[in-house]
Design a protein around this ligand. Sequence first.
Ligand code: KG4
Ligand code: ZN
Length: 336
Amino acid sequence: MWVLGIDTSCDDTGVGLVRDGEVVVNLVGSQVALHQAYGGVVPELASREHLKVLPVLTRQALEAAGIGPRDLDLIAATRGPGLIGALLVGYTFARGLAWALGRPFYPVHHLEAHLAAAWPEGLDPPFLALLASGGHTHLFLVRGLGDYRLLGATRDDAAGEALDKVARLLGLGFPGGPAIERLAQEAEAEVPFPIPLKDQTGLDFSFSGLKTEAVRLVEKGYPKPALARGFQRAVVEHLAQVLKRAVEAHEGLPVVVAGGVAANRLLRSRLGELGLKAYFPPLALARDNGAMVALAAWRRHRAGFPPPKAGGALAYWPLEALALSHGGAVESGMGC
Ligand code: KG4
Ligand code: ZN
């Protein structure tokens, strides 16, 4: 069974093809160069670029798999959350394609897609899931496919957002996570940063204090590699400490780490050092892509969920709202 997955929730155009749950093609058109000069994603430019790139990438993906549009059995696209103009491009394109081909269309939640990319076959719920990206740092208890209980979330910036902002402060490129990771490797020393919310009893995250500390330390003139290493350490340590506390509070459940930040090597090794049983997505599936959308739709299809009513694209769509209705969220908010 062939599933086409499309993600245009932010600044990457993702087109993926999955056959019987295996990723066959995963093409990502990056818009990094387009937005570089502005220091962040310009929503209108992102939408226009998706419009230009998406049909080309879709054709290339089909060619790479050696199939035609009529071989597709299911067509899926991210419905939300994300930048509404950007979402609309992929969502409408995919719905139109499904309608033209007479195939079912599957609207997908972006975070469930990240989770699908990281959730290994054979791992049965319950487990914990950390979704850490440019727009989210959310910790869920996963009790089943589509059954997510929010345990904690960031009080301010997302982990990826903080990495992106501090990378900008250090004059590094976008996205910030990989840039900081690279620079940290060159460091001979490390500037210590305080670990946020060390004494909390809950499972929240906070990154804005680390950002302020970074501004203060940059002004003091510390070398950039040492700052990058210290900042990365603090971000990772904070995530790791909250996860450890969550695991202890939930009878040692395993943790699935998903979203762009799941690509971070220090995070991967630190969770291992702490003795947590953690699962990560393959690197190519950690950041936004279309294959994860196809995987999410395929998993739901396999579990016997019929395609839900498509409705409109949703800028704001909490994952917890997905539980039974697969929709019904408030249509407001911005960000990706
Ligand atoms: O999931 P994603 O591709 O897009 C969103 O849905 O936001 O996540 C992007 C975020 C960016 O903030 C980026 O800096 C971060 O993931 N990221 C990383 C790494 N690669 C990407 N953070 C830390 N280490 C990395 N290797
Ligand atoms: Zn994402």
